[in-house]
Write a protein that binds this ligand. Structure first.
Ligand code: ARG
Length: 306
C-alpha cells in the first residue's frame, strides 16, 4: 500500500478514490471531561478576549450533551481521566491520531504539539492507548516538526486515505511519518487563514462523496485538490464557519452529523445529503477555538467478541 503524499492535482494523476482500499468507520470516540478546562493563553484567534472567562459549570453541561449526542447516535464513548494542569485536554482530537494499518493493526500516533502547555497531554494518551491494545507510534526523536493529531489529519470516510492540513499548527514535513505510520496515502492541504488554524476548523467530510469546507481557509492548490476528489462540496459561510465552527462537526456511523447549533444553512445541506442532524451547544468550547469534532478522538477498536 502506498504512503504517498499528494500536494497538487498534477501529482494526483492516476489516483482515484475508487481504487482506495476500504477502511473501517470509527468504532467509537474517546472523550475527556473538562474538569480542568480553562482559557489561559491565546493560542488561536478564538481565545482572544476569553482568558479566564470559561464558565466551567456550563462547559461541563455542554460537554455532557456532546457525549450524549455521540451515544444516542450509536457511537460509544470511552473516557480518559482529565489531568490537573492540562487545561486543553478536553480537546481530545489533538494529542494523537488513531487509525488502522492495512493489515488491521490499530495504531495511535502521538502528536508533537506546537504549544509547550499542551505537550504533556500525549503522555496520558499514550498510557490510555496501551491499555486498549493499540500500537503506539511516536514521531522521530529530536525532530523539530510539529503534528497536531486528528486536528490536522482527517480520515476520508470509509477509505484508506488521510487529508492533512498544515500552515499553523502542523508542519508539512511530519506528514511523511504520518503516512508511514498508517501505511496510508495523504492529500496535503495548505491553510492560509489564522482563524482556521486546524484542518478540522474548515474541512469536514460528510460522506465518501461529499465534504463541508470554508473555502477562504485554503490556498488555490488545496481547493483544486478538494474539488478533484469530492463530487459534492458544501461551503460554510464566514459566520457559520468562523463564529459557529460549523466545519468542526462530527459525522458518525455515516448517518448522523453532530454540529454546533445555529448553523442553519449547513444543517439544511446535511439533511439534503440524507444525514440526520443533531445540534448541540458548544459555546464554552468555541471560546477556546474548538467545537464537536475536537472534543473527541475517533477510535478504531475491535468489535467485542461474541
Ligand atoms: N485551545 C485549543 C488549542 O488552541 C483548542 C484546540 C481545538 N482543537 C481542534 N482540533 N480544533 O490548542
Amino acid at each position: 500500500m502506498s504512503a504517498k503524499i499528494y500536494r497538487t492535482v498534477h501529482e494526483l494523476k492516476g489516483f482515484s478514490l475508487k481504487n482506495c482500499p476500504p477502511m473501517p468507520l470509527p468504532s467509537g470516540v474517546l472523550m475527556c471531561a473538562p474538569d480542568h478546562y480553562q482559557v489561559l493563553a491565546v493560542k488561536n484567534p478564538y481565545m482572544a478576549g476569553h482568558i479566564g472567562a470559561v464558565d466551567r459549570v456550563r462547559a461541563r453541561r455542554q460537554w455532557e450533551d456532546v457525549r450524549e449526542a455521540f451515544d444516542a447516535a450509536g457511537c460509544p464513548v470511552s473516557l480518559i481521566e482529565p489531568v490537573p494542569g492540562l487545561e486543553d485536554m478536553a480537546f481530545c482530537a489533538n494529542p494523537s491520531l488513531a487509525g488502522t494499518r492495512p493489515d488491521g493493526e490499530r495504531v495511535a500516533l502521538l502528536s508533537a504539539m506546537r504549544h509547550p502547555s499542551r505537550r504533556r497531554e500525549a503522555d496520558a494518551f499514550e498510557a490510555w492507548y496501551k491499555t486498549r491494545g493499540y500500537r503506539v507510534v511516536k514521531l522521530k526523536a529530536g525532530g523539530h516538526d510539529t503534528f497536531e493529531g486528528s486536528g490536522d489529519a482527517v480520515w476520508h470516510p470509509g477509505k484508506r486515505l488521510l487529508w492533512a492540513g498544515h500552515g499553523f499548527r502542523s508542519d508539512s514535513e511530519t506528514f511523511a511519518q504520518v503516512a508511514r505510520a498508517f501505511e496510508t496515502p495523504i492529500i496535503q492541504l495548505k491553510l492560509v487563514n489564522a482563524r482556521f488554524y486546524h484542518l478540522d476548523t474548515c474541512f469536514c467530510p460528510l460522506t465518501s462523496e461529499s465534504v463541508l469546507i470554508h473555502p477562504a481557509a485554503f490556498d488555490a492548490a488545496s481547493l483544486e485538490l478538494i474539488l478533484k476528489i469530492f463530487p459534492i462540496v458544501v461551503t460554510a459561510n464566514e459566520a457559520d464557519a468562523g463564529t459557529r465552527m460549523a466545519c468542526n462537526a462530527a459525522v458518525v456511523g455515516g448517518r448522523t452529523a453532530i454540529i454546533q447549533k445555529g448553523a442553519t444553512t449547513v444543517s439544511n445541506h446535511m439533511h439534503a445529503l440524507g444525514l440526520g442532524v443533531c445540534e448541540v451547544d458548544t459555546s464554552e468550547f468555541i471560546k477556546s477555538g474548538g467545537s464537536v469534532y475536537c472534543l473527541k478522538q475517533f477510535l478504531f477498536d475491535r468489535p467485542a467478541a461474541k
